[in-house]
Design a protein around this ligand. Structure first.
Ligand code: ADP
Ligand code: ZN
Length: 522
């Protein structure tokens, strides 16, 4: 055998199997590759289908059309609000009446108030009363959607409304849409602003008297875009307060309609147990009480079950939501202070009632402050108003010889008001009719910092002195009134602790029954 033959043989012996092995590996590899490709393709297809159905889902399901089974009978504790909503009811049921006379029916109603106070319930009740359907959508779903689908969303919603008129378009969490700041982090400021603008433009383009009323609800009216509140948009603004004791009793009665309960069940006591709580809390208490009673094998809910439910639920809610007895006493004196000073000084007011259940920013005094801020008040009237504003703070000092941060809002309001009196309205002799406030919203300090108002150090000092003088004299006046009328103030506080709300007539009666103790000085 020569060496060539040996080489060929060796090649055949080793080379062929190696070649075959290589071939097999290649085939396997291709097979795998194909499988992978197929899978990727399928994934891709699935993904894009999902993408489409995602968009479709939003387009079709985010605004739900429902007919409402609720009526005003299902809403408790806010009779004044129901009264004011009857008007809206009329707009929906009899728009012709308004059209004929040439009246412009408001397009939008903004309902605001703490969470759980029944804003959504109110919207449903309005629809139910009028027998019209509601499109519900949340502001956040709305904005979220706009990222994927563009502004056609807004269009669709209004279009749907038009087709189904008369109806209500209800937008929950409206602050997510109408807010000053972008709610969706990945949405650019510009895109967001476009959404809001588009929405408002649609609203403007919306015919008046079209039979569609847009109801928006928010917990944070302060976060809303000013543009949303402009005339022709959300003309009607309704604040839903937390319920007072009588209100809570009514709400409890509503939720106990469905729950079998002891005929002797003490609703008044149940309401007294729950100061500060809202309708949603009370509803869950009623349900919890029913569960507890059922678990004990009872046929009906008794007071003890409610007390147990309240205990249990409060643990979950966090105690601080409920007003403690100590806090109640403090609030009662604070509000009594405002009221007595306002009444005795004759502050310009639309006084209707005083309540210790927080109405948000300024509890009892909201009804004191003149509704139309552009309305003209005299300097004398402003001074009385400022005394009343400081009445809460003054009474805290007198009754408890201490103070809380509860008066923070009053102090802020007072300061702003007095600064305006001095710097913009020429109500201080020292300063005279010179404007040191760039606009109604700018304080002299800020203006100075912006170097937009020319004002010397000396003038600044004078302004300071004048502001202090007015504030302190109003404070002294408030104290004087409260000391003279301490019997009436104490009595009013006592009744506020008991009932939480006291109406005007009763305040007058108290003032009559408890006349001033000392002769008026000065
Ligand atoms: P909001 O929209 O203000 O957060 P909701 O309307 O969603 O509050 O309230 C939640 C639930 O609480 C309602 O469905 C209702 O059962 C109950 N509720 C709230 N407020 C009231 C009320 N004033 N009267 C009766 N039930 C109420
Ligand atoms: Zn106050």
């Amino acid at each position: 055998m020569n060496w060539e033959e040996t080489l060929i043989k060796a090649l055949i012996w080793f080379g062929v199997p190696i070649f075959l092995l290589l071939l097999a590996a290649l085939g396997l590899w291709f097979g795998l590759l194909r499988k992978m490709l197929k899978k990727a393709e399928a994934d891709f297809k699935k993904n894009s289908e999902e993408q489409i159905s995602f968009v479709k889902y939003f387009r079709e399901n985010k605004a739900k059309l429902v007919s409402s089974k609720y009526s005003f009978k299902d809403v408790g504790g806010i009779p004044e609000i129901l009264e004011s909503l009857k008007e809206i009811n009329d707009f929906l049921t009899d728009p012709e009446k308004y059209k004929e006379i040439g009246a412009r029916i408001p397009k939008g109603v903004l309902i605001y108030g703490d969470s759980g106070t029944g804003k959504t319930l109110l919207a449903k009740a309005i629809a139910g009363e009028a027998g019209v359907k509601v499109f519900s959508i949340s502001g956040s779903a709305f904005t979220e959607m706009l990222v994927g689908v563009g502004s056609s969303r807004t269009n669709d919603l209004f279009e749907m409304g038009r087709k189904n008129a008369p109806c209500i378009i209800f937008i929950d969490e409206f602050d997510a849409l109408g807010s000053k700041r972008s709610p969706v982090a990945f949405m650019g400021e510009r895109e967001y602003q476009q959404t809001v603008d588009q929405f408002l433009a649609e609203m403007d383009g919306f015919e008046n008297n079209s039979g569609v009323i847009i109801i928006a609800a928010t917990n944070r009216p302060d976060a809303l875009d000013e543009a949303a509140k402009r005339r022709g948009r959300f003309d009607r603004q309704i604040k839903v307060p937390r319920p007072d004791k009588a209100g809570r009793e009514e709400i409890l009665r509503i939720h106990f309609r469905k729950v079998k309960h002891d005929p002797k069940f003490d609703f008044e006591k149940a309401a007294a147990l729950t100061p500060g709580l809202v309708g949603a809390d009370l509803e869950s208490f009623a349900n919890e009480a029913a569960i507890i009673a059922a678990r004990k094998g009872k046929k009906q809910v008794e007071m003890v079950d409610f007390e147990e439910a309240e205990d249990k639920a409060m643990a979950g809610l966090g105690r601080n939501r409920k007003i403690s007895p100590k806090e109640k006493r403090l609030l009662a004196h604070h509000e009594a202070g405002h009221t007595i000073v306002a009444k005795k000084s004759g502050a310009p007011a639309n006084f209707h009632k005083v309540t210790i259940i927080a109405h948000g920013e300024a509890s009892g005094l909201t009804s004191l402050y003149p509704e139309d801020e552009s309305g003209h008040l005299s300097k004398e009237e402003f001074l009385k108003l400022i005394a009343a504003l400081l009445g809460g703070y003054a009474e805290e000092l007198i009754a408890f010889n201490d103070m809380t941060n509860g008066a923070c809002n009053d102090i802020e309001k007072t300061t702003l008001l007095v600064r305006e009196m001095v710097c913009a309205w020429g109500m201080s002799e020292e300063i005279g009719p010179v404007n040191y406030s760039k606009s109604n919203n700018l304080l002299p300090m800020e203006s100075l910092a912006e170097k937009s108002v020319v004002c010397s150090e000396a003038t600044l000092q004078k302004i300071d002195n004048e502001v202090n003088k007015i504030v302190f004299s109003a404070f002294e006046k408030a104290k004087q009134i409260l000391i003279e009328n301490s019997a009436a103030t104490d009595e009013l506080a006592k009744r506020l602790i008991e009932k939480e709300t006291v109406f005007n007539e009763e305040v007058d009666a108290i003032l009559k029954d408890y006349p001033p103790q000392t002769e008026k000085k000065s």
